[in-house]
Design a protein around this ligand. Sequence first.
Ligand SMILES: [Mg+2]
Length: 378
Amino acid sequence: MLRKRIFILNDSNLQQIIHPSLLKRKIIHFDLDAFFAAVEIRDNPRLKGQPLIIGGMPNERGVVATASYEARKFGIHSAMSSAQAKKLCPQAIFLKPRFDAYSSASAEVFKILTNYCSIIEPMSLDEAYLDVTNISHQTSATKIAENIRHEIFLKTKLTASAGIAPNKMIAKIASDLNKPNGFAVIKPQFCFPFMQTLPLKKVPFIGPVTSRKFASHNLFTCSDVFRIGKNYIIENFGPNAEWVYDKACGIDESEVITTHVRKSYGEEETFIKDIINYSDKINMLKKMVASLSEYLLKKNISFKTVTIKIKYSNFTVKTKSKSFPLYFFEKNILEKISLQLLEEMNCEKVPLRLMGVSVSNVINKKDLQQETLFGDYI
Ligand SMILES: [Mg+2]
């Protein structure tokens, strides 16, 4: 318990003793700026300077995946309905996402990152944490971040922002401070005072539900939480809320995790006898979707990409995928997309010896709230 009593009061000023965890690591958080929009502008310079929205069309029931900085000036942000975005900025240009282009740009960026550092945790196509503790003896973490940003721009013509800090949480907040095309360094001795300037809702991990609960006790900022003290937090929000106090004080001991165990989930089946009848194919796919969906719900998995795989009787394999800007988990949507993909594969009359359905770009729903929250200030 003593270990966590890290601050002492000195007159009216707070003097900090640096928490030991802040001296253990050097983390860089990279985040490409308005990624989908930036790729579109790079590939079509006439879009430069325009309010640009990547996502669903306003006359459909889609949402904004990414808005260019010019569009953000109108109050448009990711996850807003495209219809609402159109109302806010009627002259905005709407484009459907081109995930192939984004994936290949992302692959180029990650190739650069891996040239510098082996401890990388990708968070999405355009975001990653690097643990540079062991490689920042010769060159400072800041210099490494600047070299990487420079090389990313040189090779991909895309800009990335970086946050450099002793832990993932503060690095993540820092990369947002000087966006776009900027960086911020929060050194160990400034972590506590820096956090004290922030509202709770700006802290990763602290979702809107937690923020609201704390707000009902007049606790709006990290500073409010620190001043009220850990005992008050535990008494009023339960022992499980202790972590909020730690985060508010700038403590986050989570490691940069290089391997995510599962990248996709799926079902596939090789048939004893080739299936020829189209309605049999549909029924088989529906059965697979139902079983996959049941498993995903049980495991709390949401996903962005659906893939259908078929094998002809001559062993030719074909796959077709569809990706979406936001995560979803509903069985009926998965079924609809799967059937649509099957239809697009033109295999009505072709005998099939195998069929499969899988989802990728997955996330556990408990992390989804963070993702949505991050979306607000990416
Ligand atoms: Mg981004």
